[in-house]
Design a protein around this ligand. Sequence first.
Ligand code: NI
Length: 250
Amino acid sequence: MLIDTHCHISDEDYDNKEEIIKHMEDNIMIVSTASPKDIKEVINICEKYKNIYGTIGIHPEFADTYKEDDIKQIKKYIKHPKIVGIGEIGLDYHYTKENKEKQKELFIKQIKIANKYNKTIVIHSRDAIEDTYNIIKEYSKVKCNMHCFSGSLEMAERFIKLGVKLGIGGVLTFKNEKKLKEIVTALDIHNFILETDSPYLTPEPLRGHKNEPINVKYVATKISQLKGISYAKTVEITSQTAINQFDLKL
Ligand code: NI
């Protein structure tokens, strides 16, 4: 059984949502909010499908615009049995560094909610890896995943020492990607969980098409090749890690 530990499948992303959910058969999806307005939709989809779980949170791109009511919504729905984490949350200095302090404040605020309800954190970090590391180290008391990990091998090792798991997605299959291949080759497979970040980051050989959760199989295939272990074993190990990481009650 495959587990796509991070995807976005809102109506805004797909006009054939039902179909792409069917493609997953009995495999598991963990659907994440992209924007605070998605919270209700994530809850609805989790309630409708047995094999869908969710994480809710406020992405750093909303650090300037989120409302206190969004935080209230998170505190309300975090207790929902199908909500298995807070995310994606974190820091993104790629587009702007001007609101760094606000981003940090929002990140820490949500880590504290995760601590309180003992929920896993799904972290988005772009051009902000050192600050992300320091905040996780100082504030988090719960399990953490680095979604779509894009740091160096050295950074990966530092996160792993904190007990953080690395989300590995379609980027691993890209022809010109070296850093992530190096990380996957060098580190123990038990540090990895699989994800697609659908509808983004479509893996080879489907680049140019919209991504969907079933394509997580191409990530598993690439990891199995790099590690020299069977596809079945790769899926078994990474899915078990994901089950533990999110305390999934399947
Ligand atoms: Ni995402």
